[in-house]
Design a protein around this ligand. Structure first.
Ligand code: G1P
Length: 294
């Protein structure tokens, strides 16, 4: 029997330099895709997969994320008075249960591995999901739910992967593929941001992980890796000597909202999926495209 997955960690300490000046005073995780902040998509995906406790690793200038996951009585009261019940209900369903969010800070930008390590006391001795909020998915069921299936079958650690153009591998963590089907294959190795000639495949780590708590000790002993940072990929490679890692080539599409093209495309794709927006927005898009071609 595998231990139930109850906790998720969201590293949200990054500076968001690629989105300056928008992110000068506002966390990049609060930029909106249609009318929901980026962070909400990852939290919704975690909730759908059965996560109960949401741990955020934040930094300076990120306090508004904590406010976002709290009640706002004045606003609720005003909406109630004005009979805006739909908006009110939306606010309430988006909230994690009381006492089920935790916030800690990464005091120095030492890398993703270090950010995860900062959550060790809050996670304790149980498996946890790790969701990098920049990556948002259109997937049904959600990517973490697809991974939970593989986790229930194999236990251990699970990583979501997808194929990219081989020229792009040096921007990501890359896995080596062993035996098993797309839904759950054995990972044979992992390397962070390799040169294309050194990459074991073109399968990238897509920002969703299920990890066993033994990873924390390994992060602690990790020397700095790619980019001079403490890398979660290096700690996972070390843990692979002791535990299984399963790859899930998920069904769905990713938008990397850490890049401007990914962010803009996510806005278009999610808006076109909304019954209240799609028809009108599509018309506008056609016009914009026609004008751009002139
Ligand atoms: C991080 C991980 C990398 C992963 C990527 C997904 O890199 O280190 O393994 O493929 O996220 O977005 P970063 O984007 O923080 O450089």
């Amino acid at each position: 029997m595998t231990a139930k997955l109850r906790v998720a960690v969201f590293p949200v300490a990054g500076l968001g330099t690629r989105f300056l000046p928008a992110t000068k005073a506002m966390p990049k995780e609060m930029l909106t895709v249609v009318d929901r902040p980026i962070i909400q998509y990852a939290v919704d995906e975690a909730k759908e997969a059965g996560i109960e406790h949401f741990v955020f690793v934040t930094g300076r200038n990120k306090a508004v994320i904590e406010d976002h996951f709290d009640r706002q009585f004045e606003l609720e009261h005003t909406l109630e008075q004005r009979g805006k019940t739909e908006a009110l209900e939306l606010l309430q369903t988006d909230l994690p249960e009381p006492g089920k969010t935790s916030f800690t800070r990464q005091q120095e930008p030492l890398g993703l591995g270090h950010a995860v390590w900062c959550a060790r006391q809050l996670v304790g001795n149980e498996p946890f999901a790790l969701l990098l909020p920049d990556m948002i998915f259109k997937a049904q069921p959600g990517v973490l739910s697809q991974m939970v299936k593989a986790y229930e079958q194999h236990g251990g650690n699970v990583v979501a992967v997808e194929e990219v153009d081989p020229a792009e591998v040096s921007s990501y963590g890359i896995v080596g593929r062993g035996d098993g089907p797309d839904e759950a294959f054995e990972i044979t190795e992992m390397v962070e941001k390799p040169e294309p000639k050194d990459a074991p495949s073109n399968l990238i780590i897509s920002g969703r992980y299920i990890l066993q708590p033994e990873i924390f000790k390994l992060i602690e002993n990790q020397p700095r890796g790619a980019g001079g940072e403490i890398q979660i990929t290096d700690a996972m490679q070390a843990l692979m000597g002791q535990q299984r890692f399963t790859g899930v080539k998920y069904e769905g599409r990713v938008f990397d909202c850490g890049s401007k093209i990914g962010f803009l495309s996510a806005n278009a794709a999610f808006a076109l999926d909304r019954p209240d927006l799609s028809a009108e927005f599509l018309q506008e898009l056609h016009q914009i495209i026609r004008a751009a071609k002139r």
